[in-house]
Design a protein around this ligand. Structure first.
Ligand code: 5GP
Ligand code: ZN
Length: 115
C-alpha cells in the first residue's frame, strides 16, 4: 500500500468505488469518468506503479489482471461484440494515476489509431 496512491486507497476501501470484480489479487471498479458505456479499471491489489516498473516477478499478476478483464467482459455481456483493453504507461502513454490499471472499454465502436 502506497500512502498517497488513490487506487491503493480504493483497494483498502478507504475511498469508495463501484466494485465490479474482486479476488485475492485483483480488484476491478467502474471508472469515475467513463469514456465508453462500459469503462472498468482492473488493477492489481499490490501497488505497481506502471507496466514500466514491472519485473518478471509480476508475470502472474499481470496475467491475472488480463484474465479478470476477459472474465468481466463476458460477465458484462460485451465479449461477443468486443471491447478495448488499454494500459497507459508514463507521460507519453497518458498515464494519470500511477498504479497500474487495465482499462476495459466497451459498448461502442473504438477507433484506431487511438488518440
Ligand atoms: P489513466 O489516465 O492513468 O490511464 O487512467 C486513470 C483513470 O482513473 C481515469 O480514467 C480516471 O477517470 C480514473 N480515476 C481517477 N481517479 C479515480 C477515482 O478516484 N475513482 C475511480 N473510480 N476512477 C478514477
Ligand atoms: Zn497504489
Amino acid at each position: 500500500m502506497e500512502e498517497h496512491c488513490i487506487f491503493c486507497k480504493i483497494v483498502a476501501k478507504k475511498i469508495p468505488a463501484k466494485i465490479a470484480y474482486e479476488d485475492e489479487h485483483v480488484l476491478a471498479f467502474h471508472d469515475l469518468h467513463p469514456q465508453s458505456p462500459v469503462h472498468v479499471l482492473v488493477i492489481p491489489k499490490e501497488h505497481l506503479t506502471s507496466l514500466a516498473h514491472s519485473t518478471d516477478a509480476h508475470i502472474e499478476l499481470l496475467g491475472r489482471c488480463l484474465r479478470a478483464a476477459a472474465k468481466l467482459a463476458a460477465e458484462l455481456g460485451v465479449a461477443e461484440k468486443g471491447y478495448r483493453t488499454v494500459i497507459n504507461t508514463g507521460n507519453d502513454g497518458g498515464q494519470s494515476v500511477h498504479h497500474l490499471h487495465v482499462h476495459l472499454l466497451a459498448g461502442r465502436q473504438h477507433g484506431w489509431p487511438p488518440g
